[in-house]
Design a protein around this ligand. Structure first.
Ligand SMILES: Cc1cc2nc3c(=O)[nH]c(=O)nc-3n(C[C@H](O)[C@H](O)[C@H](O)COP(=O)(O)O)c2cc1C
Length: 185
């Protein structure tokens, strides 16, 4: 399984860090793309740098690299996860405006009917944001905002991050026990 992980400039890059760590531990092949704003938010919010995240991945592409193999539907990858997804990237993807590699790889996933998971982060959400999400949802895109549940009685921020990342792994079809499931399984 090859997963493309895209980090854009929304708050919550800790979710991407954890997802990359878990995918590495599970031996999943990962291609990483980070937007310029994503790089700035990583510097601001994380206690690790971009090189650490690149080190967790099999390959890394600049967001400006539209000559990357990932830009073509003829290159096989199974899923794309945009984590976190800014409202700007959400809007570009919803409108097929593929001016960078992250938007292009999402465009490819939609046209090739591959799995596309977006983790949009904004609060409150405007009608523009909601309409963009609805449009993408109707096309089969999975919209997964980082909303933790509390029935598992999380004790730390890491527990809450693991809940969100575990649910993403569920959607990717990767078995995991990152969080307590309802029903005590
Ligand atoms: C510290 C910081 C946090 C931000 N958080 C968000 C956010 O949560 N959601 C969002 O849509 N934009 C957020 N932004 C704004 C985006 O970074 C900005 O719209 C940028 O153009 C997104 O570009 P990209 O999608 O190519 O990464 C944030 C910016 C900064 C500097």
């Amino acid at each position: 399984m090859k997963v493309v992980v895209c980090i854009t400039g929304a708050s919550g890059v800790c979710y991407a860090k954890r997802l990359l760590e878990v995918l590495r531990d599970k031996g999943v092949e990962v291609s990483l793309i980070v937007s310029e704003s994503g790089k700035k938010v990583i510097e601001h919010e994380l206690d690790v740098d971009l090189d650490y995240l690149i080190g967790l991945s099999h390959e890394y592409y600049e967001n400006s690299d539209l000559f990357s193999p990932l830009a073509s539907g003829s290159h096989i990858f199974h899923s794309v996860v945009v984590i976190p997804c800014s409202m700007k990237t959400l809007s570009a993807v919803a409108n097929g405006y593929s001016s960078n590699l992250i938007c292009r790889v999402c465009d490819v996933a939609i046209k090739e009917k591959r799995k596309l998971i977006l983790m949009p982060r904004e609060m409150p959400l405007s009608s523009i944001h909601l309409e963009n999400m609805l449009k993408l949802s109707k096309l089969g895109t999975i919209i997964m905002p980082p909303i933790p549940a509390f029935y598992g009685k999380p004790k730390t921020v890491n527990d809450m991050v693991d809940f969100v990342v575990g649910r993403i792994l569920d959607i990717l079809g990767i078995p995991n026990d990152l969080f307590k499931r309802w029903g005590g399984i």
